[in-house]
Design a protein around this ligand. Sequence first.
Ligand code: KG4
Ligand code: ZN
Length: 311
Amino acid sequence: MAVVTGGRRILSSLIASQEELHAGFGGVVPEVAARAHLERLPALVERALEGASVAPADLDRIAVTRGPGLAGCLLVGVGVGEGLASAWSKPLFGVNHLWGHVYAAMLTRPDLEPPLLALVVSGAHSDLVRMPAHGRFDVLGRTRDDAAGEAFDKAARLLGLGYPGGAALDRLARSGDPRRQPLPRPSLPGLEFSFSGLKTALLYRLREMGERVDDRARADLAAAFEESVVESLLAKLRAALDAEPAAEVVVCGGVAANSRLRRRAAEVVEGRARLTIPAHELCTDNAAMVAAAAHYQREPVSAVVDPGLGW
Ligand code: KG4
Ligand code: ZN
């Protein structure tokens, strides 16, 4: 739950993390997630208003994610949004979650404007998009199989890191050397991504090594896996820039919290465009980015839930 002004400035931003709730299951349990939203959202509304020092009457609009995402969670969010909009007589804006990830970059860099090229990498998406203007997105490439975040989560599980995996793999990879346990680098023609082969390569390597997988090997494999994903993402970003230059580049979504991706993206984009990566806490899912996206929607978009919503 967040309060944002002018689409650019965060007045308050709260996240009720569900990590602990799902950790015991080794992944997100949709029904548990939806119920936790229902239990936690109402208290967050008051705290977000208090934190921003605003009253409901000060608000222009209510924004809520309508998709893509888990149906139960989206339904709870939209239900709460509808309730607030009706109680406070405010227009309700349904927001595309993917657009939100791109708008997170505008919260981090207030003078950032489209046109821009964005690499959006999350638990369910690895998309390269051009944004010619506010509210317009053209997809250049996406993944054929697993998303980058999903690949990190699966690799983390294979390496015994549990859930949530991406951030844990990031930490482990820092003490590893990617050259000691090289893994294949996925390469598809054009601007498409593929990560399932890399995941299988890691699985087979671990099986083949069996007992020889010690802490050092685990860290080296984490580093190699991370390097393969990051370099394959950036190779396509570079190719998209070669095909059509852009002055502004955004790398966003939960995986943009990854330290190697942040460092390497800066090197790859250097001298070719200005790079914006949202602040760490704005890369992973948050409400501020949804409010920011809604600021640029001219008309209220119906908040009908659409779990499979595309760009
Ligand atoms: O955008 P996000 O918070 O949720 C979705 O919209 O999916 O992205 C979550 C994904 C997860 O797969 C998580 O493992 C990954 O982002 N992630 C990371 C890191 N932090 C989060 N992956 C790699 N390195 C990280 N530091
Ligand atoms: Zn997300």
